[in-house]
Design a protein around this ligand. Structure first.
Ligand code: NAP
Length: 256
């Protein structure tokens, strides 16, 4: 059986990946969806045209990955697509974000992504694809969003290196780097927000557009997917502008 595995499937970008894969990727027979909120996953499953396996996992808990490994070994599916979309950020100064939130952010955005990828790779045939959610935040350091940006810089760098390493196995890795997207992400990021944090979220893209572009880039086996003129311009600017200038521009932008 050919399957896709999508994390962060209960909301936003991950949920949109599930929908678009289910309706548009004809090689996929079933989707395994992962997030903590089981009821959301079950509701989503009812609306899809192909079978769905609901895995209500907290990915910061390594036992979740052990359980996934066990099910993979028992069922031996061919995993044609993996989407690592589970992730969160917190706006605020280093001293305002609770240390547990900081640790969980690193565990989910980086460690869980690596562990899940390593767990699934033995089940990925030639031609398979991995899609990792990085962010525009990966292109430069971002004060008051610093730890999140650092985790996404990790995802971008790791994904691009893995893309090269996996060429010999014909498995493509695409790092998706959107600007702000209209999901629950911003609400979660603001929850601990102090006056120092971000108040500017424009332009705000729609998940369906970011995901459509990401799936197309992944099909073309590109190592990076950047949707939108504004985000592409910021990516170019970050390449040619010294970091102190980019950070000063962000400091102004996040308040206006
Ligand atoms: N929205 C943006 O502006 C934006 C921009 C660039 C990049 N991104 C990245 O895109 C990805 C998806 O974000 P989104 O915008 O779709 O945000 P979202 O709507 O808040 O979705 C986040 C998803 O992650 C899951 N998740 C959170 N903690 C988890 C945990 N401990 N274990 C398992 N699953 C967990 C959530 O499900 P449960 O709560 O049910 O567990 C949810 O399905 C993230 O990696 C984010 O960093 C977002």
């Amino acid at each position: 059986m050919n399957i896709a595995i999508v994390t962060g499937a209960s909301s936003g970008i991950g949920r949109e990946f599930v929908r678009q894969i289910a309706f548009r990727e004809s090689s996929i027979d079933a989707i395994w969806v992962i997030a903590r909120r089981r009821e959301r996953l079950e509701k989503l499953a009812k609306r899809l045209p192909i079978p769905v396996k609901v895995l209500a996992y907290d990915l910061t808990n390594t036992e979740s990955l052990t359980s996934l490994r066990y099910i993979l070994h028992a069922e031996k599916p061919r995993v044609r697509i993996v989407v690592n979309a589970a992730g969160f950020g917190k706006f605020g100064s280093y001293k305002d974000i609770a240390i547990q939130d900081q640790v969980d952010m690193m565990r989910l955005n980086m460690e869980a992504l690596v562990r899940l990828t390593q767990t699934v790779l033995p089940f990925m045939p030639r031609g398979a694809r991995i899609i990792n959610m990085a962010s525009m935040a990966a292109f430069q350091p971002l004060p008051y969003f610093g730890l999140y940006a650092a985790t996404k810089a990790f995802v971008l760098s790791y994904s691009r290196a893995l893309h090269e390493e996996l060429k010999e196995r014909c498995v493509a890795v695409t790092a998706v780097c959107p600007g702000f997207v209209n999901t629950e992400f911003i609400g979660v990021a603001q929850r601990s927000q102090q006056p120092t944090a971000c108040t500017h979220y424009k332009p705000l893209y729609e998940a369906r557009d970011v995901v459509r572009r990401a799936l197309a880039d992944s099909r073309h086996r590109r190592d990076i997917s950047v949707y939108g003129l504004n985000t592409n311009m910021k990516r170019c600017l970050a390449k040619i502008t010294p970091n102190p200038i980019i950070m000063a521009a962000w400091q102004w932008l996040r308040k206006h």
